[in-house]
Design a protein around this ligand. Structure first.
Ligand code: NAP
Length: 340
């Protein structure tokens, strides 16, 4: 039923054209206070086992809604969202300001931050600098932040505080940072109200790792989540969750797209990834990021390095073949790097 509604909305939106206003076309420790926590940042989890998953193959058509020419995806609310962005986990305010500025200068239009990263002010400064220099307009960029679990009992105040720290009139996407059955529905309702009030354009979730947990929230919601941000990379491809999300038109966004700080070399030195990289004259990072996009995952690689930021955006001038996509799919170990 929801799928039907979503499809009808998408078709209507396409017919009317220009969906989505214009054309856009983690101390931070990501661990919530409850229910599952380790202060560190790396672990292993077993959950995603579905062998099939969404079609891994051919670029533009592999992931429904992903347009690699426009570098955007149409969300289930009709808003167009960039599919490659800059992540800011573990960046100081100063680093975040620089990374955001460099990214916008290099062509990125998507920025990911969170209240718990403590760098929303720096992100806001980087945005303003790019706007002041005429590199981008506010309407061209897509800013995501996250509501931390400690704030779930007063979501309205948390939204206002993020707006203030970012220095923005509205946020393009706000997501609940972690599942927290005790009060995440209340926090989600606060985000729904903020959509009505024009403070948020889209809302979604992060760190919901089972269909049941996702449905618990969705069944209590009036607005279907536009997006789910979960740890997703070649060794943890999230196929079960992606299959489940399809009925809602909810898109997967990958955190730790490169494996996360301290783990990247594991993926970069993977024999399959290295061989594909050599075949294309690209780096392993670029191959992994291109794979995310062709597999239908929005990717937000984090970096404080000007050269890496540029490199990570130079992935629109080549395409992985169906065979290479199949090789990448075969790398799935259903293993997470993070411990939360
Ligand atoms: N929702 C959540 O719970 C959650 C959790 C974690 C992260 N996130 C979000 O997802 C984003 C991505 O995750 P992440 O930043 O933790 O991990 P990541 O993007 O997988 O990896 C970041 C690491 O990759 C390195 N790197 C980036 N580009 C590189 C390149 N071209 N060559 C070599 N090294 C490169 C970075 O180092 P340099 O700085 O030296 O480039 C950094 O050490 C975060 O920034 C954050 O916005 C969300």
């Amino acid at each position: 039923m929801r799928k039907t509604i979503f499809l009808a909305a998408a078709v209507l939106c396409l017919l009317l054209s220009g969906c989505g206003a214009g054309n856009t076309k983690d101390t931070p420790d990501e661990t919530p206070a409850a229910p599952v926590q380790t202060p560190a940042s790396d672990e292993t989890e077993v959950s995603d086992n579905t062998p099939a998953g969404p079609p891994a193959g051919s670029g533009e058509t592999a992931a429904s809604g992903f347009d690699l020419e426009r570098r955007t995806v149409l969300l289930n609310n009709g808003i167009e969202m960039p599919i490659l962005g800059i992540g800011t986990f573990r960046l100081s305010n100063e680093q975040a300001e620089n990374s955001v500025y460099w990214a916008l200068r290099d062509g990125y239009r998507l920025i990911d931050t969170a209240r718990i990263y403590g760098n929303e002010e720096g992100v806001g400064r980087g945005i303003r600098k790019a706007i002041d220099e005429g590199l981008v307009t506010r309407e061209e960029i897509f800013v995501t932040t996250k509501m931390w679990t400690d704030d779930f009992d007063d979501g309205a105040a948390a939204i206002d505080a993020s707006l203030r720290r970012l220095g923005l009139d509205y946020i393009d996407l706000m997501i609940l940072h972690h599942s927290q059955p005790r009060n995440d529905v209340a926090a989600y309702r606060a985000m729904e109200q903020a959509v009505e009030d024009g403070k948020l354009r889209s809302i979604g979730l992060s760190n919901y790792y089972t269909p049941d947990d996702f449905d618990r929230l969705v069944n209590a919601a009036a607005i279907t989540p536009a997006l789910l941000q979960n740890e997703t990379h070649p060794y943890h491809q999230s196929t079960e969750m992606k299959d489940h999300l399809a009925q809602y038109g909810t898109v997967m966004e990958s955190w730790f797209p490169l494996g996360g700080r301290g783990n990247t070399q594991t993926l970069f030195n993977d024999e399959t990834i290295s061989a594909i990289a050599a075949a294309h004259g690209k780096t392993s990072a670029q191959i992994i990021l291109r794979w995310h996009l062709q597999a239908g995952n929005i990717a937000i690689p984090g970096s404080s390095n000007e050269d890496h930021i540029q490199e990570n955006y130079e992935i629109f001038d080549f395409e992985l073949t169906d065979e290479e996509m199949a090789q990448m799919t075969a790398l799935d170990k259903n293993e997470r790097f993070a411990a939360y």
